[in-house]
Design a protein around this ligand. Structure first.
Ligand SMILES: Nc1ncnc2c1ncn2[C@@H]1O[C@H](COP(=O)(O)OP(=O)(O)OP(=O)(O)O)[C@@H](O)[C@H]1O
Ligand SMILES: [Mg+2]
Length: 442
């Protein structure tokens, strides 16, 4: 009777004679809505509800109840039923609930999609890297994120300080609350206090309305103070008070505003050095350094270069409709030999340019067009070797790199005569063969 009425109203309807058949059907294909009685042969309505919620929790389940089973209906609601429909069924009530259930599911899906979309647009970019150094950073971030501790991120320009600060917010229970960024270097000195704390109407000439500051906007969420090393001494004391007491006044205001804000700060300057030069308050420095996280420059974690390059090639190839594009082995090697003074940001820009300049499906070294020369000017080992990990790991990596170079050079000098090469290197023929194979020199 229900099926006939619903079909007449334009819905496509499938029926099941008992609980087992119903479960087979919902497992076999997705429906938009399930309507079920509580008492059924073989499997109860509650069990169907439970299984449906496991398969897809967004599908609404409408429960029909006879007089006297109200307790079970309440139980069903607790377990996620959309609503219940008393029997005998009133058709207009049925249509009302069906419409509402379908509408709610549509909104739910839309919401999930919008959230995913927003995540893609504004959310955390994926953090790429497999070096021991970046894994340590990621590990520390995961440990500190759920706490309310103030975090200080340090590292050269382009190492990913902003990405990691967003990750901290996303991994905290504040993730659905605001993430407010203030770039202390970008705001003129005279305006930074206004920006951070806001002001009352008429607090100075030109203050025509009340302004709500960033600390207030970040209430319940996270405030990210980027380039905190540029913050003027006079403002530092007020920032310290917010960290310690979570309280401040708007400029020209008497009322004390109480907030609950988590602070993450970043700088590419040496704050200790600024403290020594009396350009940064020592008390604020100590307060910020409760949980310092240093992001090493890319040249000290060379094993991240390839995965990052790969990630950006895929990303820009997709955006520019150049599917199938990849880095040539020579280009990948050139990237590994470069010191990347601009770190990940420079690498990202280099790849974007490379994707645009490349013909065919390969990015060649000449498409990358970066300052290769730079490496030759420096004899600093940090520019040549991946310095991440323990001393033993670094030594082993360096020894292998040197061996590989030396063997290749000897092979070239002897025109790939292996007996002669082994003699030149002072190793047995067998040792040489093993090493040639291990280093992939054939
Ligand atoms: N590990 C990583 N994985 C993926 N992308 C990264 C990573 N690190 C950095 N990036 C990307 O590199 C760019 C620079 O990162 P970010 O802006 O976080 O650097 P920064 O340390 O804040 O630099 P600056 O001090 O110049 O502001 C961004 O586009 C970011 O998405
Ligand atoms: Mg930044």
């Amino acid at each position: 009777m229900l099926a006939t009425a619903l079909k007449k109203a334009g819905y496509s309807v499938d029926t099941a004679a008992d609980g087992t058949v119903a479960v087979e059907k919902i497992r076999a294909q997705p429906y938009h809505l399930v309507i079920t009685d509580l008492q059924l042969p073989t499997l109860s309505g509650l069990e169907i509800l439970k299984i449906q919620k496991e398969i897809d929790p967004t599908i609404p389940v409408l429960i029909m109840t006879a007089f006297g089973t109200i307790e079970e209906a309440v139980e069903a609601m607790k377990q996620g039923a959309f609503d219940f429909l008393p029997k005998p069924v009133d058709m207009s009530h049925l249509f009302l609930l069906v419409n509402r259930a379908l509408e709610q599911r549509r909104l739910l899906i839309e919401n999930i999609l919008l959230k995913e979309e927003a995540q893609r647009a504004y959310g955390i970019p994926k953090i790429i890297g497999e070096s021991p150094a970046i894994l340590t950073v990621s590990h520390n971030i995961q440990r500190v994120a759920p706490t309310d501790a103030t975090v200080l991120l340090t590292g050269e320009s382009g190492t990913g300080k902003e990405v990691f600060s967003r990750a901290i917010h996303q991994l905290s229970s504040r993730r659905d609350k605001p993430f407010v960024t203030v770039n202390c270097a970008a705001i003129p000195h005279g305006l930074i206090e206004n920006e951070l704390f806001g002001h009352e109407k008429g607090s100075y000439t030109g203050a025509l309305t009340r302004k709500i500051g960033k600390f207030e906007l970040a209430d319940q969420g996270t405030i990210f103070l980027d380039e905190i090393g540029e913050l003027h001494m006079s403002v530092q004391a007020k920032v310290l008070r917010v960290i310690e007491e979570q309280r401040f006044e708007r400029i020209g205001g008497l009322e004390t505003i109480q907030v609950n804000t988590r602070m993450v700060a970043a700088t590419n300057r040496d704050l200790q050095d600024l403290v020594a030069k009396r350009e940064f308050r020592e008390d604020l420095f100590f307060r910020l350094s409760v949980f310092p996280i240093h992001i090493p420059p890319l040249r000290e974690r060379m094993s991240d270069i390839r995965p990052l390059a790969q990630y950006f090639v895929d990303k820009f190839a997709r955006e520019l409709h150049r599917q199938g594009l990849h880095l040539s082995p020579e280009a990948a090697r050139a990237m590994e030999a470069y010191s990347w003074p601009g770190n990940v940001r420079e690498l990202q820009n280099t790849i974007e340019r490379g994707v645009i300049l490349s013909d065919g499906n390969q990015i060649r070294p000449e498409d990358l067009n970066f300052a290769f020369e730079q490496r030759k000017e420096t004899s600093d080992f940090a520019h040549l070797f991946d310095l991440s990990g323990s001393l033993a790991e670094v030594s082993a990596r360096a020894a292998q790199a040197a061996e590989k170079l030396k063997i290749r050079q000897a092979l070239e000098l002897s025109s790939w005569n292996k007996t002669q090469t082994a003699q030149m290197l002072g190793v047995s023929y067998k040792t040489l063969l093993n090493k040639v194979r291990d280093y992939g020199l054939e």
